[in-house]
Design a protein around this ligand. Structure first.
Ligand SMILES: *Cc1c(COP(=O)(O)O)cnc(C)c1O
Length: 230
């Protein structure tokens, strides 16, 4: 299967999942998770009309940027971000999905202020409470969202989550539903309903994420094929 036909098939499944949930298909954007795939593969996905591409590692993103991998589509950062790499990401990507600590929020503010820009971000929620994952605990989110409100070079537009590895079909649905409730609560109570992006769902579970309210799904292997780890 080609990247273009994979995208077409995923887009069709996304549209069906949105309609089944009583939502409009155009509310949900497909973000290609392009880590470990070449610049040529990225360009192929853009050619096929993908909504955005998301990268996980700063070094790989810089290399592929230099190769023109992302021309014609918005670039997002979706991976774990270290504080000392923030300056290489701010202003380069249109959305950072993975703000996982108060320190990161402050560093993004600092770097965006230097460039005199406003960086769009999401807060990552560690909904499964897993020690191996970064992100805010559900109970810490409100305080982080309040802090973000006071930062004039950061614009908080929503939430992102990576739930635990699915142990059974639809196993992540309750996690997605919980993050949707948090999203609505913070958007209504702190952001005057201004949130736009709820980033959740990957190759194996994007339909359940859409059923629960996702507006961005991050799909990698179902588009690009299995990643080759060396
Ligand atoms: C790799 C990755 C994805 C996509 O995972 P697939 O299972 O290949 O679809 C989504 N989100 C993040 C943060 C990732 O690192």
């Amino acid at each position: 299967m080609s990247i273009a036909s994979n995208i077409q098939e995923i887009r069709a499944r996304m549209d069906r999942a949105a309609l089944a949930a009583g939502r409009r298909p155009e509310e949900v954007l497909l973000v290609g998770a392009s880590k470990m795939n070449t610049a040529a593969a990225c360009r192929e996905a853009i050619e096929a009309g993908i909504g955005a591409l998301g990268e996980n590692r700063v070094q790989e993103m810089r290399e592929k940027l230099a190769q023109g991998a992302y021309e014609g589509a918005p670039l997002h950062f979706i991976g774990h971000l270290q504080r000392n790499k923030v300056r290489q990401v701010v202003g380069v990507v249109s959305l950072i999905h993975s703000v996982s600590s108060p320190e990161l929020l402050e560093e993004i503010q600092r770097q965006a202020e230097k460039r005199d820009i406003v960086q769009d971000v999401l807060l990552e929620v560690n909904v499964g409470g897993e020690a191996s994952k970064s992100g805010f605990a559900p109970g810490e989110l409100r305080q982080a969202a309040e802090r973000a409100l006071s930062l004039d070079h950061v614009r908080l537009l929503g939430l992102m989550t990576i739930p635990p590895i699915e142990r059974e079909p639809h196993g992540n649905l309750p996690f997605f539903q919980e993050v949707f409730r948090l999203y609505v609560d913070i958007s209504e109570n702190l952001y005057d309903n201004g949130f736009k992006y709820l980033s959740m769902g990957m190759s194996d579970d994007f339909e359940d994420a859409i059923a629960a309210g996702a507006t961005l799904v991050r799909v990698g292997s179902a588009i690009f094929g299995a990643r080759q780890y060396h």
